[in-house]
Every structure is written in C-alpha cells, then in structure tokens.
Design a binder for this molecule. Structure first.
Ligand code: GAP
Length: 436
C-alpha cells in the first residue's frame, strides 16, 4: 500500500487535500493522471449501466436536499456508528472496529488494551450538517447527502412520467456523498468526501429475488471485464444481523486490498422501504400503476451501490506490478486500455533531424481521439519506463524511417513487442486495441 501511495503522489494520481497547510485528514485531490483514471472508471460504469441499456436512465440530483428526506430515509435516527473516547490520549474510535485500530501512543496495541481507559460507547451520527441561508438556527439545518440513492427515490415519479419507462427499470446516478467517518483511512478507501455510483432498479414485488441474483453476477463481472483479477474478488453475503434497516438481503463485492478483503460495492434488496417511507413523510402517492395488469403496487428496489474512489483504488492496486524489462527492474501498471489514464505516448527517437517536429504532428492527430503524452527527454528506455509507471498501454516512436515511409513503431506495454505501422492506420489500430 505504501508503494502505491508513494507512486500515486509522485506521478500525479492523488495528493493530500490542502497539503501546503499540513493536509486535511481523509480528503484527497486527484492529480492530472488520477483524474483521468477516475473519469475512465466512472465512464465505464455509466456506459455499461446507462448508455448501453434500454432499461436504465440517468439522473444528477443536488447534494443538499429537504431535511425531511433524511428523516424519512432513517438517516437522522439511525445513520450512526458507535463511538468511544480514550480518556488518556483523547482519541476517538469506532467501538465495533477496535481490533482494526491502533493505540496512538502504543501502536503495537489496540485501543483499550493499553493504559488508556475507554468511555462507554455512544451513537455518533455520520451526517455532515450545515445551514441553508443567512440564519444559523435549527430551522435552517440541512445535511450533505450521505448517499446518492435518496435523490433517486424522491424523483421516482418525475423520472417515471418523463422517461416513459415501465417496470422493471432503473435510475442511475454518479455523485459526491459525505460521511463524517469516525476512522477514515487506507488512502482513498474510506474518506469523508467521496463519490458514489449507485443505481436503483425498480421491480415488481415477487420478482425481486431473481433481479437480486442478476445484479450480483452482473456487478461482479463488471470488475473483471475491466481487468480486475477474479481471484482478487469475492462475494460476501450479509448475515441477517448485519443487514441495514431497509434491506431484505445484501451482498458485498469485496476486493483483496493490501490491507485485507474489504467492500468495494454493496448490492442490496431494499424492498419497498424507501418509496413507502417517502410516500408517508411527503403525503404523495409514490405507487406504480401497471397499465397492462391494471394493478397498483409499490415496487421493490435492487440497488447496486459502488464507490468511484474505492473502485479507482482497486483498479490501481490490481494493476500494480514489478518486473524486469531490458535487464532493468520496472514498475508497471497493467491497466485495461479502457481504464488507463493515458492511452498513448509519443516519442521522437532523437531530439534533432526533424524527429520532434514529426512526432508533434502525430500528437496533434492522436489528441483528437485519445489522451496523449509527448516525451522527448532522456533515453528511449527511460521514457518507456515513465509511461509504464502510469500504465500507458501504447507507445509510438518516431525515427529515421518515419521521415522516409511515414511509419512509426508501436510498442505494447505488456508484451513490450514493437511493430511498424503506418501513421494513416494509427488511430484506427489504437481504437481497435483500446475498445476491447
Ligand atoms: N445507498 C447505499 C449505500 O450508500 P454503502 O455500502 O454505505 O451503501 C456504497 O455505500 C458504496 O459507497 C460502498 O460500497 C463504497 O464503495 C462507497 N463508500 C461508502 N462509504 C465510503 C467512504 N467513507 N469512503 C469511500 N467510499 C465509500
């Protein structure tokens, strides 16, 4: 994990938020390479979950919502973690995760095992509060959303009436969520501001279990489709006592992170809990009328809820590899070409004899289609290494022959094989290799 965090910082994947002021705990900024990586993760999700499907539409809701939303959803009363304080060092810990935490004074011990006495556990609400408008009183309290899902539920009728969808259908959203986590950590894994990729799939009651099975498989396969190794993924079904108040069943897609198996995504059968609660709290009828069967009912909801930052971290961890190239050790990120932040790098073999000029012309052509980097500094071997380290799948080198016959060498990051290809065929060939 330390190697990955160092690489992430050194190569511009992610930086500590507000670093020049000493950093803000648990918040990260994506740098020029990281922002492309995360965008590719989100785009792959959106393409597969929305664009390519006739039965799912998208939405983009505001982060601030009416405070009653969070009463109806159960978050005001129950979105809590048990918290304990250490009377000696004054640190706070999650009472149910003490075995995952270290005593700040004696890191070899868990809190409570050292001299520090812990207080009784009390429930701590994870929602961030702020005030709407110029008056800071209880009437103006609003929350930063702790999940994107509720924006989808409260818009159920709006989407139904404007999209002409019929059950079964889904509404998908990608957006920021905020949780005042007691113990954030593990780099991008648990932060207080993060992005979710959630989809609520509305189905007829009685058909929920079949759809639950469908989405479990679909979501697991999504990660392997973009290169995550199957042996690093598993499904973990929640025990009844673990289930959230709204769920009839829930399964986590877990990834084998360097710090252990941890949740990447949850797929829950939320029943009709949310629509019924919002109907009750808003006084609006949120039931669904089936034109064909002439039945009215509250749909059940199957929810695949993923984290964009956790997925980005998993793609980064899974891609990380060290091997030997041309007799030298190299770090290589073996990203799937779709996920790779930079698709192609262009190098002039020499910094003279017209190589840079021709290489820059080729960059201009490629930039219309792909994220491209141009690099002319250092030996060609070093330049390949720099691109391997950020996972660029293809390298194009301009040499003497390019100026004679308009061909370049195309290098593959993983096989390190090089082949000659004409510049006219380059865009088409790269598209073919990236869009697998
Ligand atoms: N609407 C259901 C829901 O929010 P969740 O399991 O609490 O379910 C879904 O969150 C996903 O959001 C998680 O699987 C994880 O990927 C991501 N997530 C949740 N809390 C997070 C945090 N503090 N930091 C980063 N990602 C988080």
């Amino acid at each position: 994990m330390e190697k990955i965090v160092n690489l992430a910082k050194r190569r511009g994947f992610a930086f500590q938020s507000s670093e020049i002021y000493g950093g803000l705990a648990s918040c990260w900024d994506y740098g020029p390479i990281g922002v492309e990586l995360k965008r590719n993760v989100k785009e792959a999700w959106w393409r597969d979950m929305v664009t390519r499907r006739a039965d799912i539409v998208g939405i983009d809701c505001s982060i601030l919502m009416h405070p009653r939303v969070w009463e109806a959803s159960g978050h005001v009363a129950g979105f809590t973690d048990p918290l304990v304080d250490c009377k000696l060092c004054k640190e706070r810990f999650r009472a149910d995760k003490l075995m995952d935490a270290q005593c700040p004074r004696k890191p070899s011990k868990h809190p409570g095992e050292c001299e520090g006495e812990l207080t009784e556990a009390r429930q701590f609400n994870l929602m961030f509060k702020t005030f709407m408008g110029p008056v800071e009183d209880t009437a103006s309290v609003v929350f930063l959303r702790p999940e994107t899902a509720q924006g989808i539920f409260v818009n159920f009728l709006n989407v139904l009436h404007t999209s002409r969808q019929k059950i079964p259908f889904g509404i998908a959203q990608i957006g920021k969520s905020f949780r005042n986590e007691i113990t954030p950590g593990n780099f991008l894994f648990r932060t207080r501001e993060f992005e979710q990729m959630e989809m609520e799939f509305f189905v007829r009651p009685g058909e929920d279990e079949r759809w639950y099975e469908y989405w479990r498989e679909e979501r697991l396969n999504w990660y392997t489709r973009y290169g995550i190794r199957r042996e690093n993924l598993r499904l973990r079904e929640h025990a009844p006592e673990e289930l959230a108040h709204y769920a009839k069943a829930c399964v986590d897609v877990e990834y084998h992170f360097p710090f252990g198996w941890s949740e990447l995504e949850g797929i829950a059968n939320r029943t009709d809990f949310d629509l019924r609660r919002h109907a009750e709290y808003s006084g609006k009828d949120l039931s669904y009328y089936d034109e064909e069967t002439k039945e009215r009912f509250y749909p059940y909801v199957i929810e695949p809820a993923a984290g964009a930052d956790r997925a980005t971290l998993a793609f980064l961890v899974d891609a990380y590899d060290e091997d030997v190239a041309d007799g030298e050790p190299r770090v290589v990120l073996r990203f799937h070409p779709r996920i790779a932040p930079v698709k192609v790098a262009v190098f002039p073999l020499l910094r003279k004899e017209g190589h840079p000029e021709r290489a820059l012309e080729i960059v201009d052509i490629l930039r219309q289609h792909f994220t491209v980097q141009y690099d002319q500094s250092g030996s060609i071997g070093r330049r390949y290494r720099r691109q391997d380290e950020i996972g660029t799948p293809f390298g194009v080198t301009v040499d003497h022959q390019t100026l004679q016959d308009n061909t370049v060498t195309l290098r593959d990051r993983d096989t390190m094989r090089q082949e000659r290809i004409s510049v006219e065929r380059l865009v088409e060939e790269l598209k073919r290799r990236i869009e697998i």
